[in-house]
Design a protein. Structure first.
Length: 83
């Protein structure tokens, strides 16, 4: 099995840089990704996808990106379910 995803979209808000109790950096941010095709009204629908980055990449995301930045995200897809 293979779990790989590539997304291109714009940041909805500034990334939030935080640290775990063991001092590992991570950021959380959401990107808006337009769908490829238009709906019946001729409008493109948008999906909002939550992203988490770790360690040095997390620090770089917080330092170099802001709300509205165009980003390309490559990684694995993980879906968390809460009840």
């Amino acid at each position: 099995m293979y779990n790989r995803i590539i997304l291109i979209g714009r940041l909805v808000a500034d990334p939030e840089l935080r640290y775990t109790q063991s001092a590992v950096a991570y950021t959380r941010f959401r990107i808006a990704v337009d769908r490829r095709y238009t709906n019946k009204q001729g409008e493109r629908e948008t999906d909002f996808i939550d992203i988490v980055t770790w360690r040095g990449l997390a620090e770089n995301c917080a330092k170099f990106t802001r709300k509205g930045s165009l980003v390309c995200v490559e990684g694995s897809l993980q879906i968390n379910r809460f009840e």
